[in-house]
Design a protein around this ligand. Structure first.
Ligand SMILES: N=c1c2ncn([C@@H]3O[C@H](COP(=O)(O)OP(=O)(O)OP(=O)(O)O)[C@@H](O)[C@H]3O)c2ncn1[C@@H]1O[C@H](COP(=O)(O)O)[C@@H](O)[C@H]1O
Length: 111
């Protein structure tokens, strides 16, 4: 089993645990806004680590970002498989081409 799949299962299993012994359960008890805020904080910490050229710190903060994103997805009942399917759908489509097609579509809509 890959790491993210295992983490998804762990988060699902810990969701209903006693919040005094589980950080995952604590986050769920606090609700979506707090989980989302925590994800934002971790993302900012990752940015700070990157700009500080602190490689080890960035590895740790990246893990925190992914973990908190996984908790948020679980909280919103979105599976890892859905996110992976979206990434697969994008595979081979250049971000530049995709953005250009969006601009072309919105210009068509305005016409
Ligand atoms: N991967 C993680 C994981 N990564 C980070 N964290 C926690 O996320 C929190 C990050 O918060 P911060 O970095 O902000 O540190 P903080 O101490 O809260 O600091 P403040 O913001 O309070 O100042 C810390 O409490 C980390 O321990 C994690 N907690 C749990 N997991 C996974 O989830 C599983 C279940 O955890 P429990 O629900 O706690 O049993 C674990 O076995 C792990 O696999």
């Amino acid at each position: 089993m890959d790491t993210l799949t295992r983490l998804e299962e762990t988060i699902a299993a810990r969701k209903g645990a006693d919040p005094s012994t589980s950080y995952v359960a604590q986050l769920h008890a606090k609700g979506t806004p707090i989980i989302a805020r925590k994800l934002g904080e971790e993302a900012v910490e990752a940015v700070v680590a990157a700009l500080a050229e602190d490689r080890d710190e960035l590895v740790g903060e990246a893990a925190d970002v992914i973990f908190h994103l996984m908790v948020l997805l679980n909280n919103k009942e979105i599976t890892l498989a859905e996110v992976m399917a979206e990434l697969d759908r994008r595979d081979g489509v250049s971000g530049i081409d995709e953005k250009a097609s969006r601009s072309a579509n919105s210009a068509k809509g305005a016409a």
